[in-house]
Design a protein around this ligand. Structure first.
Ligand code: SF4
Length: 423
């Protein structure tokens, strides 16, 4: 099954804007990644601002010993008066001694470390010499200069790929699902693939450093998240083959995503239908519940998470919502082709941002729901617009059949709340 195509949408004009943007930096990805990889530690090499962002965004108390922290660069580091590498080595030594549970350490670059051109790749190599094999040390950038919101996960996973073991002949029948998913969603997908006879299934990232998947030429991979351009390239460099598919959001999206794998692995049509029938029916029933509230409601997406296009497709195709503008920070047409193809012709797809111009368009259209970052949500609410925080869509398990109803509810809830406020 493929998603219902509309006419000529792949060639649709895309509005490209390059102005002031309102998005979180890639450090934000640490919030869900540190929960997913249970023996990893994310050491941000940054400023007090970075530390505050993480502290408040993750809502973690200092004494809770979270698996992330900030090596704070002081003014003397920034002015080049101290050897930042020496300072970093001391912080890492203290951390590794105090936390023997850490098996994978990410040095995460930030705006300040980039401004002083601190070479974290070299630092990771140097520190690996001291701590490997007990602790593997990798690096990536989460800086606001280089990355937006979900690109942090992309950079993190791309940094992992070269260190994954070689699968050898086992790669030939291996399915790799790429992108951080809630454990419960992973388990559901594993059961579905298993019932179809696809048994060699791995996930990237794995739940701990030891169980990161081996890959190799012939490994076939499905993306579970749409923001993984660099990771896809890194996997292709290892010989893995991308299976282009829509993303597993909603009953139709999940079916189409699973079907791409099923076709690639030669699963019989009748078996596929038998395995997916019951969960698909459950998802469709859950969605029916929200159709009355959402059908015909207009939607406007500000660019933030790169989930915007698949979400717009789901909300339009499965709930009858009417997307007016779908903004995305970046548009990778190759990864997004099956999704773009299923969007209605008249929707405006925009890439990048010039926030004032986009706010003008939003004000003119007065959508029923505006999906945006936290910084824009409050002012828009004050103006009487109903908003949905895009960050919530990344933190909440929304993929797969069993989560379809929860995903619809995330959009129904703000409308219900607004109606109550107006009564
Ligand atoms: S990395 Fe840059 S944008 Fe992100 S919190 Fe630190 S200073 Fe701010």
């Amino acid at each position: 099954m493929t998603l219902e195509p509309t006419s000529g949408c792949l060639d649709r004009p895309v509005l490209r804007e390059r102005g002031q943007r309102e998005v979180f930096c890639g450090l934000t990805g640490i919030i869900w990644l540190h929960r997913k990889i249970q023996d990893a530690f994310f050491l941000i090499v940054g400023s007090r601002t970075c530390a505050h962002l993480m502290q408040s965004a993750a809502g973690v108390m200092i004494f809770a010993e979270p698996r992330f922290g900030t090596a704070i660069m002081e003014e003397k580091d920034l002015a080049g008066l101290a050897d930042a590498n020496e300072e970093l080595d001391k912080v890492v030594a203290r951390l590794v001694e105090r936390r023997p549970d850490i098996k994978l350490l990410f040095l995460v670059g930030s705006c300040p470390s980039e401004v002083i051109k601190l070479d974290l790749a070299k630092a990771a190599q140097r520190l690996s010499g001291t701590y490997a094999p007990d602790v593997r040390i990798l690096n990536y950038s989460g800086s606001g200069i280089e990355t937006t919101f979900t690109e942090g996960e992309d950079a993190c996973l791309a940094s992992l790929v070269p260190s994954l073991p070689e699968a050898g002949e086992a790669a030939a029948d291996q399915l790799l699902v790429v992108g951080a998913l809630a454990d419960v969603v992973e388990d559901q997908f594993t059961r579905l693939f298993d019932a179809m006879g696809i048994q060699n299934v791995s996930f990237l990232p794995a739940r701990n450093a030891e169980s990161m998947p081996a890959i190799g030429p012939g490994t076939r991979f499905l993306l579970a998240q749409p923001f993984l351009t660099e990771t896809s390239r890194a996997l292709a460099r290892r010989g893995a083959v991308h299976l282009p598919a829509p993303f597993p959001l909603g009953a139709q999206g999940t079916t189409a995503w699973l079907q791409v794998a099923a076709e690639s692995f030669g699963v019989d049509d009748a078996l596929f239908t038998e395995v997916t029938a019951a969960p698909k029916a459950r998802a469709e029933k859950a969605l029916t519940h929200y159709q009355e509230q959402l059908t015909g409601k207009t939607l406007f997406f500000f660019p933030d998470s790169q989930l915007e296009i698949p979400l717009a497709r789901f909300l339009h195709a499965e709930l009858g919502m009417v997307p007016l503008e779908v903004g995305t920070p970046f548009l990778n047409k190759a990864l997004m082709a099956p999704e773009l193809d299923a969007l209605p012709d008249e929707v405006l797809v925009s890439e990048g941002q010039d926030v004032d111009k986009q706010l003008d368009r939003c004000h003119d259209q007065r959508p029923d729901i505006t999906v945006c970052g936290l910084g824009l949500a409050n002012p828009l609410e004050v103006e009487g617009l109903t908003t949905k925080w895009s960050i919530e869509l990344v933190f909440t398990p929304i993929q797969g059949y069993e989560q379809a109803g929860d995903l619809a509810e995330l959009f129904a809830r703000p409308l219900v709340r607004r109606t109550r406020l107006e009564v």
